[in-house]
Write a protein that binds this ligand. Sequence first.
Ligand SMILES: *Cc1c(COP(=O)(O)O)cnc(C)c1O
Length: 381
Amino acid sequence: MEALSFNRVEIDLSALQANFIGLQEAVGQKVEVMAVVKSDAYGHGLLECARAIYRAGGRTFGVAEVWEGVLLRRAGLDSEIVILLGGSPETYGAIIDHKLTPVVYDVDFITGLSNEAARQGKEVKVHLKVDVGMGRLGVLPPDVESYVSLIKRLPGISLAGLLSHFPVADETGAVEKTREQLSYFKNILAALQTEVAGSVIAHIANSAALIYFPEARLEMIRPGISLYGYLPDASPARAKTAVPTLQLQPVMRFVTRVVQIKELEAGCGISYGHTFVTRRKSRIAVLPVGYADGYIRKLSNRAEVLIGGRRAPVCGRVCMNATMVDITDLPRVHTGDEVVLMGRQGEAEISADEIALWMETISYEVLCLFGSCNDRVYIKK
Ligand SMILES: *Cc1c(COP(=O)(O)O)cnc(C)c1O
């Protein structure tokens, strides 16, 4: 039924593949690329995106939870799958059965998983997470050595990776902090050298770090947002200076259509609360999209849309399933015309970064929101 909706999110898998290949080329073939496809591939669709990236050469995937890894295995993906959030005791069986690689940071989880794997005569790979300043998941640096020796001692599990994560790699004002955290991580790796040499892959770079701190790429990078065509700091000029060859293309487009056009005199209130009143004789187009579709109320009297390659401002409040735009200055708009809420139309473009400014958030949240609220259509150009 959803395919009959007025609204749809279009996913350009060729753009996704081009972004993956571009990132791989930017870091060189010696650096493994873990494609981060958590949260339904940032709203773009887990299975479709993972398959497209696999066809483009991707062999390592990162998801948040165990169940996402299980979905990838059931779809036939035979790659390395790293579970970035790790798991709970209820997921030991699934981790072992599906050969998933959890990130670990907790003694009880590690010993429990070891017991279960050893009982079954199986071996599970794990990546140990270190917190070098994110203040989120991970063991603190003084505890790393004891965790490493615990994992090495226990049966049924083997240490295949050591990772960390940066909190401020996208901020121009915090370059020193990121450098410090990287050297902290490198010192930990150096101290463990004899124990982990050769068998353990080290990784710390998200999109921001792989672009702005080439020395942080190490043996593997973990791009998320850049795969989907956006920069973590919404700053194309800075990225162009950092990695001149890297060209990213947005993968998602969000479109609706005009369902009604009305001519109104000056002084007419539009939508709930009449927060917009026409100041002139106006033409208003009604769009069948609203906050139930992720086009949130914050966009009221703020956002713009594209019709016929031209911008039209949202007027009045965004409703649950309707939004009005002022098309007085646009020539020839007809009911049924395509309206682009996000993406390119002709020469014009509204990016997730621009919508993020209107919504007072970041592109990541815009993509997750639009992607999860709407029917997705996959296109290959
Ligand atoms: C989400 C995530 C990433 C990807 O971050 P981007 O900023 O989207 O590139 C990398 N590593 C970890 C641990 C993550 O949770």
